[in-house]
Design a protein around this ligand. Structure first.
Ligand code: SF4
Length: 265
């Protein structure tokens, strides 16, 4: 998983993702605008196709980040289901993380309860199994879902803001988050997420375009454009600091109330 994140880098990263969220909106409102304008309905332009190769032999998106972002927006918007979207991510070479990745992660769970948990970027355990969260933190999240929310993990969804593991588990750069944002947002759209729960301050700050200080972000429902957002502690933090579980439970109850789930006892 990502190590400690320098605040300045995370603040830049948050601004980049917020720009993309504001530019695009949610639930595909601007997909028409993003759709390709040319007569490109051939198989080579579909998500999951191999990158086009220029005269120099390089995929165009790798050399020019602006081209890469445009291409990702178009490919993500064209995916009509999660299978197509996953193929697009597996073929993506928009940022340098594609060079060291062994296996990009992809959404886990069907999200039918309406809640989608978000992690910032995969680490070794996540890359190994292709899931956005794995190992002891993943186990703890499952426990929260089963024992606290009275749901099965399959009925929730788990999505990563960045799909490929950064080398040595460093924090993703601002540009990596920005380039990957079309893939992340399209997963949320196709899952029809009704509430987003970013795990940890860096993830919440990136999503909301705010300072990644969890203390100032958690404990309330944010209502930006798109699904409501309820930030909470990362399960990794809960494993280190069990006393934070009470605050996490408050956030989970807020999420359940927003979803219309019974709070129980
Ligand atoms: S991190 Fe995202 S943008 Fe970068 S190569 Fe992987 S899927 Fe593409």
């Amino acid at each position: 998983m990502s190590p400690h994140d320098p605040p300045s880098e995370l603040a830049s990263l948050a601004r980049a993702l917020a720009r993309e969220t504001q530019r695009r909106g949610w639930h595909g409102q601007k997909q028409t605008e993003m759709a390709p304008t040319g007569p490109e309905t051939d198989a080579g332009s579909m998500p999951g196709a191999q990158p086009e190769v220029s005269a120099t032999g390089d995929p165009p998106g790798e050399r020019d980040p602006a081209d890469a972002l445009t291409r990702n927006r178009q490919d993500a918007a064209r995916a009509t289901n999660l299978t197509e979207l996953q193929r697009g991510i597996e073929a993506c070479r928009a940022c340098d993380l594609c060079q060291s990745r062994k296996n990009p992660v992809f959404a886990k769970g069907d999200g039918s309860s309406g809640v989608t948990f978000l992690n910032l970027a995969p680490g070794a355990a996540e890359e190994a199994c292709g899931s956005p969260l794995a190992g002891p933190p993943g186990d703890l999240l499952d426990k929260i879902i089963i024992q606290g929310m009275k749901l099965t993990p399959q009925k929730t969804a788990l999505v990563s803001l960045v799909q490929c593991r950064p080398p040595e588990d460093r924090a993703p750069t601002r540009q990596e988050v920005e380039l990957c944002s079309p893939w992340f947002q399209r997963q949320v759209e196709l899952l029809k997420s009704r509430v987003l729960v970013p795990l940890g301050g860096p993830c919440a700050g990136s999503l909301l375009g705010q300072n990644p200080d969890l203390k100032s972000l958690r404990g309330r429902i944010h209502r930006p454009e798109g699904p409501p957002v309820v930030p909470t502690h990362h399960p990794r933090e809960l494993l280190k600091t069990p006393a934070a579980k009470a605050a996490c439970w408050e956030d989970i109850q807020l999420t359940m109330k927003e979803l219309g789930l019974p709070l129980g006892t």
